[in-house]
Write a protein that binds this ligand. Sequence first.
Ligand code: ZN
Length: 386
Amino acid sequence: MRLSVVALLLVFFGCATDSKKETVEEQTLAANSSALNEKYEVVCFVYHRFGDSRYPSTNVSTKDFESHLSWLKANNYRVVTLSQALENQAGGSAHVRTAVITIDDGYKSFFENALPLLKKFGFQATLFINTETVGSDDYMDWSELERATAAGVEIGNHTHSHSYFLNIDETNRYATFEGEIKNSQQLIEKELGHKPKVFAYPYGEFDPEMKMIVKALGFKSAAAQNSGVINATTDLFELPRFPMSENYADMFEEKAKMHAMSVTAKQPESHMLPRKNSRPTLSLVIKKQKLITDQFNCFIQGSKCKLKVTPESDSTVRVTVQSESSIARARRTLYTITAPDNSGEWYWYSHLWINPAVSESCTKSNFRPSRYHYVTDSLWIRQNGK
Ligand SMILES: [Zn+2]
């Protein structure tokens, strides 16, 4: 008991909080949101390794991956690249929904164990590569990337070094970030003959200026790592993706069937944990549509969650969420909000808080990177009797 208190104090002071500025004004989300049709939704997944059990928190077994693809096929999903999903919304009337498989980092196990399965099912995917490691150790080389491209895999930019850019001081952060993205674009164009149109933030971490840089460089969209579903109200430069690893492999179907909550305004816009507030309040304006508004729920890893729903207009409600205890000990924390509609379908939204003062090694030893998703998912599933 005493040991755990000491350990907790060490964690608290060793990984103390010092986050950067926050955006204080509430903003409507129209600026970066898409021109997607109102009823169109895209469920997007992020994978890393396949059939590589050395890294369970970022790996899925080949068998589980095949069962995910098989389920999508059996349920008549359109499975296309991220660019295609956002550009071409028609999808054909025969398809029920659109799903996107994204893979981050470009590990060899994708080429060896996942690409053959994608080919077997006739599905496309988007692979985000960090160019510095291409061809080394566990990573695909350029000829493998070329063959993946020929098989219908879209290549996206994931920076050159895959650094923790939020840990670079602000005077150098943006020039470094921009320089790396440009460098990767050039390398990919030189080796594969085209420039990526989509980007993914390493570790899903970014601040508002980094997002502006990605947009200014001409990318069509950028993928984050908070969970959720894409719809017309989604900011195209922070697209949500459901993580898939051994922990959640059996939750795939629930996620694939999930709907997007239509969030029309939020405060704060930024994901940076406020410097002087370790229990930040998130305020959302959400379209009621068919939602059962007294069944909103929120989940926060390692903490209880306070949620308040108040009428905002005839068609919207305001949902405020706050953690009951400090979230400053984790590098990344999700506030997740769910609600059912009157036909039993579920809706999901999450907001990521980032505290760059906590090192990933702190996060790893105390809160495994995947855990902040996993706890939410387990609680949700338990609560809803799935
Ligand atoms: Zn990555």
